[in-house]
Design a protein around this ligand. Sequence first.
Ligand SMILES: [Zn+2]
Length: 112
Amino acid sequence: MTVDAQPTGNTKFCPECGGNMSVNAGACPACGAPQPGTTPSAQVSPKGFVPALVLCILLGGLGVHRFYLGKPISGIFMILTFGGFGIWALIDLIRIAVGSFNDGDGLPVKSS
Ligand SMILES: [Zn+2]
């Protein structure tokens, strides 16, 4: 049995590059992408949940929360479109509130 054997119960495909890897690996050996579920405490954005939520409520139309969370490019687009005419800002607010908004490093912004 070799490392390159076809997928079994002990291997999975990397969501980033599609490479075959161990389910116990903390990061993909091929592309280095961190894998969810292995170290939950390290998979949350270091940015604060409450500040992000407050910024989105108060200044969401200007994309200030996106600058705060390390997404300046989309933040600029947000300014140019006035927060997607309010709709984009509202969607961001909901996503932050339910913990499904990712920061510039792809880590979820959560209260924990
Ligand atoms: Zn990978």
